[in-house]
Design a binder for this molecule. Structure first.
Ligand code: KG4
Ligand code: ZN
Length: 343
């Protein structure tokens, strides 16, 4: 089954053609990152406008790269939630138009489900059940993936996402957007023990985490140093901060592996590109005898190949939309009923 998939939830306009959920025939990503860099973060209004300009060409390029015509596509998939509402609407409306004009089934896909599915493309042998850690710019959750379309959140951030905490702290340190990526590079060779950061716990919710205190403490540290005219070693600060964020994640992952006994751990989302996170999770998995999976670097960030991968399983589960499909800015990974038509 060949699926044409579209992604426009944040600042990448992407289209792909994926066969049977695992084989990528085309994967086109038009990134807006250089423009958003000027503002130190994603400007939603600019993102929506650039999606409108790029989407038609990006979809055409995906079909060309796959050496396929629209008539030979079996279904159209699109990220329908969660994300920036104006950005999502561009992809959703474009997909609805294509599905209507070419008379193809329309598959709405949850963005975080597709981040997890990036691993199906990279690891053909990977199958649920497994424990997934979804760490992106907007989300941080520990998820039991019982089956391809059966998810259960066991913990999540109570405030900032891990990626957001990295991006905001990096901006305060004077590093460019996207901050997580630049902090990863800056931290190489830095002393992770140079600065101590809090590791907040949430009462009665062992898998929940909180990053806003960490972010505030790095901002306060930089302001205090500035007021005293002291220099801060940004390499050491990056290494210590990353260590603190990663420690919060590995600690909870270890507890979850112990409690639920999963044999596989899957990392997903933009922050799964992080070298410290990968290294520390590998150490943990080696200790526990657990298999670790994460996507190749080109599939960690937003792309449409992962949308086509998850869409294949949503189609098999009968999760199809009609032309009443709307985008949603927020929607939990274990509750996509709200984007499906009323039965
Ligand atoms: O999944 P993604 O592309 O977009 C969302 O769905 O949010 O994730 C973007 C996030 C940003 O916070 C960015 O700083 C972070 O992923 N990121 C990284 C790295 N590369 C991207 N964070 C840490 N280390 C990296 N190498
Ligand atoms: Zn994403």
């Amino acid at each position: 089954m060949k699926i044409l998939s579209i992604e426009s939830s944040c600042d990448e306009t992407a289209a792909a053609v994926v066969e049977d959920g695992r084989t990528v025939l085309a994967d086109i990503v038009a990134s807006q990152v250089e423009e958003h860099k000027l503002y130190g973060g994603v400007v939603p209004e600019i993102a929506s406008r650039r999606h409108c300009e790029a989407i038609s060409q990006v979809v055409t390029s995906a079909l060309e790269e796959a050496k396929t015509e629209l008539k030979d596509i079996d279904a159209i998939a699109v990220t329908a939630c969660p994300g920036l509402i104006g950005a999502l609407l561009v992809g959703v409306n474009f997909a609805k138009g294509l599905a209507f004009s070419a008379d193809k089934p329309l598959i709405p896909v949850h963005h975080l489900r597709s981040h997890i599915a990036a691993n199906y493309v990279c690891h053909p042998q990977l199958k649920p059940p497994f424990l997934a850690l979804v760490v992106s710019g907007g989300h941080t959750s520990f998820v039991k993936v019982n089956d391809y379309t059966d998810f259960q959140i066991i913990g999540a951030t109570r405030d900032d996402a891990a990626g957001e905490a990295l991006d905001k702290a990096a901006r305060a340190m004077g590093l460019p957007y996207p901050g997580g990526l630049h902090m990863d590079k800056e931290a190489v060779g830095g002393n992770e023990k140079a600065f101590a950061f809090p590791n907040p716990k949430v009462d009665n919710s062992p898998y929940d985490c909180s990053f806003s205190g960490l972010k505030t403490s790095v901002i306060n540290l930089l302001h205090n140093a500035q007021q005293k005219g002291e220099n801060v070693n940004i390499k050491d600060l990056s290494a210590s901060y990353l260590h603190a964020v990663v420690h919060c994640l590995t600690q909870r992952t270890e507890m979850a592996l112990d409690e639920f006994g999963f044999e596989k751990l899957v990392l997903a989302g933009g922050v799964s590109a992080n070298s410290v996170l990968r290294r520390e999770m590998q150490k943990l998995c080696d200790k526990k005898g657990v298999q670790l999976f994460y996507p190749s670097l080109n599939l960690c960030g937003d792309n449409a190949a992962m949308v086509g991968a998850q869409a294949f399983y949503e189609y098999q589960a009968g999760h199809l939309a009609d032309l009443t499909l709307n985008a949603k800015a927020t929607c939990e990974i274990d509750n996509i009923d709200t984007i499906l038509p009323l039965q």
